[in-house]
Design a protein around this ligand. Sequence first.
Ligand SMILES: [Zn+2]
Length: 75
Amino acid sequence: MRCREAAEQAGAFVDAEVSGRVRWRIRLHLATCRNCRRFVRQIALTRDALGRLPPPPLDAAREDELVAALREASR
Ligand SMILES: [Zn+2]
């Protein structure tokens, strides 16, 4: 596997969305390539940070919609 391919798969790799075979090949590449290791780590850190952010605030229109739907459901 080359850096280009590893970079393309890095996101899926971090999200554990690659097949076992591809995963193994990426691991093998990472073992020999410092740049890609750093790249994958960056993605992992970014994903981690994103996962910790609070959910985006509801805008007013969406909130009204949600309240209406809840009223409807509790009827
Ligand atoms: Zn590489």
